[in-house]
Design a protein around this ligand. Sequence first.
Ligand code: TRP
Length: 411
Amino acid sequence: MADDVESKLTEMNIEAKEEEESEDFVDPWTVASSSVKGVDYDKLIVKFGCNKLDQDLLDRMEKIIGKPVHHFLRRGIFFAHRELKMVLDMYESGKPFYLYTGRGPSSEAMHLGHLIPFIMTKWLQDAFDVPLVIQMTDDEKFLWKDLTSDEARRLADENMKDIIAMGFDPEKTFIFSDFEHMGQSEAFYRTVVNTQKLVTFNQVKGIFGFTESDSIGKIAFPAVQATPAFSCAFPEIFNNRKDVPCLIPCAIDQDPYFRMTRDVAPRMGALKPSTMYSVFFPALQGSQSKMSASDPNSSIFLTDTNAQIKNKINKYAFSGGGATVEEHKANGGDCDIDVSFQYLRFFLEDDERLEQIRKDYSSGELLTGYLKKELIGILQKIVSEQQKRRAEVTDETIKLFTTPRKLKYDY
Ligand code: TRP
């Protein structure tokens, strides 16, 4: 576990004891829960003031696209949103949205948790056939981490290869590094500064908890992450239109950025972006923290070998099973805290099979070892296929995605 998460947990445990109730801590930099079941997402919805992604909205989506929604939606992995209905309404009335998501390139190798928003985004792009912009915030990681700007820029390119390898279409997708793009697009930088002009230090202090001793780079950064939500930042793609609606799929810890973005939007003469939020991908050690690239044993990386995947799952995946076989057979396993089961919810697509496993593990019929074996097979396949596709991504391919240009959509 990363030190900052650990100290946050200790701090919270002390507070929880004092208050006799457990509390979660979630912001864009730290996610920690003192409960074995992980973050209480219903509470988080109330705290952040967003909405639950309910069955009505999913039905509505299915009606529009004429096919079942992705299992991330069916299973509540994407569970909250802001004004999703608005972009669906506009789409139906012939005014399609564009998608925006991003990644802070803080490590050379991405892990399974990093795939989640991109899998969702890819599915949305295929289902709705709309443009997508992907922001690589190398500037953010330079400001927050102990990295040189050269190193952050290099990591952005490395991570882009993994993102491209997930199968995005260059005719529909623009990917950019902040460091690179800021120097080549006046429209982008102007939108950043427009945003900065509309947000005070007091506001970001309230939203992000910045203090007077944080660098002014950090304090100004939220405007950079807000900017791609405004279509006027991409004149090449949107022909200088200010009013193209935007939908942002991401993990819920990014909500503070988009609360701020939605607040400034009307004053920019722009539409408020809509958002869709996922839960966190649990660490191998359990749902109290999310997978972290800085702790190799907490994560399955996209660079792991089959043997490493097998070892890590067998050795570290927290079990919700009984302490002995007898105990397990008598009392059954607890799927809510079993990490292998939780990972199967993300990556085993077959609903019936997942439900059967849930029943048989809960009743004690299936042992943890069975779940682990099933999971290992699925993850080895996903990771090795990803590695094969990534090996085919060249500098030329990166150039294709990162060149500012019109996409196949007319505006
Ligand atoms: N701040 C995000 C991170 O650290 C990166 C990011 C930039 C992002 N823009 C985004 C994530 C839009 C989701 C949606 O990973």
